[in-house]
Design a binder for this molecule. Structure first.
Ligand SMILES: [Mn+2]
Length: 328
């Protein structure tokens, strides 16, 4: 995408926002730092513009991200469906509409949707698609949009953008950490963002449940392909024993991926008797987005996910075979 094309996409998104009101802002199920950061960043931008908006996620936003909300309410669709529909939708960090989950039931039949994202696999499901595949995070695109619209960046907005950059680049470590990411981060730091506090909050701190889950989970560590593939699994019993929830599994996959010699790390999460969610991480030699896509999932070359209707052991067999084939 040329810089002219990107500038045009930014202007189209800006028009959609300026010319409308009463927005529904949605992101993906089980939001990560970029999804939460993007959702709240859009909210702070809309507030600055004097627009009304409603934030809805299919489930709860993890408590550790709620410092970005301050007084902005977020509706949990599952526990508190809003009982109305919306005609102006802004979707952030969603590669396809399925990622939005049941919140799609809040879309009016004639709804117009602005799709803001950075996934290479984004299927362009919006009426406007502000999708930049070489952006490290959706918040990077939102930073550009805020600049293009001349929106004053509140401290809350600065914090949301920094938080999304920090988490989606793994603490400015992944290959997506471009010079532009560092320039934006430097800009935000110079405006007073406390980067070290956000790093401790988002990357360093582990809950007791997380450590307890890690203890259980590490005993499942297994290898294939001469140690080039490693995986961990979490059963429903493991979760119960650790009093842990979905958000406590974040980052677990890295314990498989980070073992010396491992090219692909996998985490298998039992969701039900015949339902397994899989997180895939790659050193880059294997495109795990393709592996995930063959099971109906998606993601990036180095980080992807999919859901498989099978028992835990069957899911392990299927995915490990597919990764081995991808290595051949
Ligand atoms: Mn993202």
């Amino acid at each position: 995408m040329s810089s002219n094309e990107y500038a045009e996409l930014l202007q189209a998104a800006a028009r959609f926002i300026r010319e409308n009101d009463d927005f529904l802002v949605v992101s993906h199920v089980q939001p990560d730092g970029d999804a939460a950061g993007s959702t709240f960043a859009v909210a702070w931008m809309l507030r600055e513009l004097g627009k009304t908006f409603t934030l809805i996620n299919e489930g709860p936003i993890p408590a550790k991200f709620m410092y970005m909300a301050e007084d902005i309410p977020v509706v949990n669709y599952e526990s508190n469906p809003p009982g109305r529909q919306f005609r102006r939708i802004i979707a952030v960090d969603c590669a396809d509409p399925e990622r939005i989950g049941r919140v799609r039931e809040c879309f009016a039949p004639d709804a117009e949707l602005l799709n803001i994202d950075h996934h290479a696999t984004n299927d362009g499901f919006g009426h406007w698609n502000l999708v930049k595949a070489d952006a490290a995070a959706t918040v990077e695109v939102l930073y550009d949009l805020g600049e293009a619209m001349g929106i004053p960046f509140s401290q809350q907005l600065n914090v949301c953008i920094y938080s999304g950059l920090l988490t989606d680049t793994g603490g400015f470590r992944y290959s997506s950490t471009s010079p532009k990411v560092m320039r934006i981060a430097a800009d935000l730091l110079s405006r007073g963002v406390q980067g070290h506090e956000l790093a401790e909050r988002l990357l360093e701190t582990m809950t007791r449940q997380q450590v307890s889950l890690l203890k259980h989970c590490l005993s499942s560590l297994s290898f294939a392909a001469d140690g080039r593939i490693a995986w961990l699994s979490v059963t429903l019993d493991d979760l119960k024993a650790a009093s842990a929830g979905n958000e406590d599994m974040e980052g677990l996959v890295n314990y498989a991926r980070n073992v010396e010699g491992v090219e692909v790390g996998l985490l298998f999460k039992e969701k039900g008797p015949e339902l397994v969610k899989v997180s895939l991480r790659s050193s880059g030699a294997v495109n795990v987005a393709e592996v995930a896509a063959s099971f109906g999932g998606g993601g990036h070359v180095r980080a992807a996910g999919c859901t498989i209707a099978a028992s835990l052991s069957d899911a392990v067999d299927q995915v490990v075979k597919k990764v081995e084939a991808a290595m051949a």
